[in-house]
Write a protein that binds this ligand. Structure first.
Ligand code: PSU
Ligand code: MN
Length: 307
């Protein structure tokens, strides 16, 4: 059996790419495994609109019935949000998903892979995976993919379900450029503050696009991570969410949650325990990231020079 490899695009995405207009990839694990139905589908469509409002074209990426898709219809988004049979696919899972005709929400790593195949260079998400806390060597393939695939990823940093300093260290080892937007501090997802001073500060999306072209010109060959702090008005109290995260981590440990189930378990728990507070912040930061990614993509599309 041969699988179809090339991504299926909506007309809107295909035309924009053919004309060199700005396109922003969006991930779908956040829909299938990161947020509860029906908010997940509403948010997915609102994020697409946020990208359009900034003058770029959104391409939500997923695997539908064994086909990589860049750009989804409304019913496809609904299916990802609602259907309990949707799996979570990292990049290494793609082959099996295509051959077996699965429907999958794509993580950051898989979304980067499909974006690269489609020719989309800028991608917005909420938070990336990273080095988990504790000593069990749970490290997200998102970091590996960032080191190998030339796609720029806008996120709100790394939430403290992970080990933020170790995640930053590993990104350095993997030689992935890390930019922080409008701040000197690497953001911690629900709050702008992690206490970790890391990343190169940029205040202008066009300059991020320029740095990206310069990275390409020196032959770096990696992706690029842009950390965009949650707007202060929507940030959660760091101590409060910190305690909630500690409790969620203890629950995961007690219930023996392992492997790819760890992150969805923790996210679900946070949304539940905070009665939607965490979910509300998550939604706002994803919208904020989509807007910044679109501005970077617009700057890239109109680029003349990188110095
Ligand atoms: N972190 C978040 N929100 C998310 C994820 C991570 O704050 O939605 C999702 C993303 O899709 C990310 C994936 O790529 O979880 C990482 O999963 P793992 O830790 O199993 O690599
Ligand atoms: Mn893992």
């Amino acid at each position: 059996m041969t699988a179809r490899i090339e991504p299926q695009m909506t007309d809107e995405v295909a035309v924009a790419l053919a004309q060199g207009r700005p396109v922003v990839a969006l991930e779908s694990t956040i829909i299938s495994h990161g947020m509860p139905w029906p908010r997940n589908a509403e948010v997915a469509l609102a994020v697409e609109q946020a990208v359009r409002d900034e003058g770029a074209v959104p391409a939500t990426i997923a695997v539908i019935d064994g086909i990589c898709c860049a750009g989804l219809s409304g019913p496809q988004v609904e299916r990802l949000g609602r259907d309990t049979g949707v799996v979570k696919a990292a990049s290494r899972d793609l082959g099996a998903c295509l051959v077996k005709g699965r429907t999958a929400g794509t993580t950051v790593s898989a979304t980067m892979r499909i974006a690269a195949l489609a020719g989309i260079g800028v991608f917005a998400t909420g938070g990336i995976g990273g080095v988990h806390r504790g000593g069990d060597m749970d490290v997200s393939a998102d970091l590996t993919e960032l080191s190998l695939t030339d796609v720029l990823v806008v996120c709100a940093g790394v939430k403290s379900i992970l080990d933020i300093p170790r995640t930053i260290e590993l990104l350095e080892t993997l030689r992935v450029p890390v930019a922080v937007f409008g701040t000197d501090e690497f953001p911690a997802f629900y709050t702008p503050h992690s206490g970790v001073l890391a990343g190169e500060r940029f205040d202008d999306p066009a300059q991020i696009a320029a740095a990206r072209r310069a990275n390409r010109a020196v032959g770096l060959g990696t992706g690029m991570l842009v950390a965009n702090p949650i707007p202060v008005a929507h940030a959660l109290d760091a101590a409060e969410i910190g305690a909630t995260i500690d409790a969620a981590l203890a629950a995961a440990e007690a219930q023996g949650v392992r492997g790819k189930d760890v992150t969805p378990f923790l996210l679900g728990r946070l949304n539940e325990v905070t009665e939607g507070q965490a979910l509300g912040a998550n939604i706002e930061l994803v919208l904020n990231n989509a807007r910044l990614a679109a501005r970077i993509a617009v700057a890239e599309a109109g680029a003349g020079t990188w110095v």
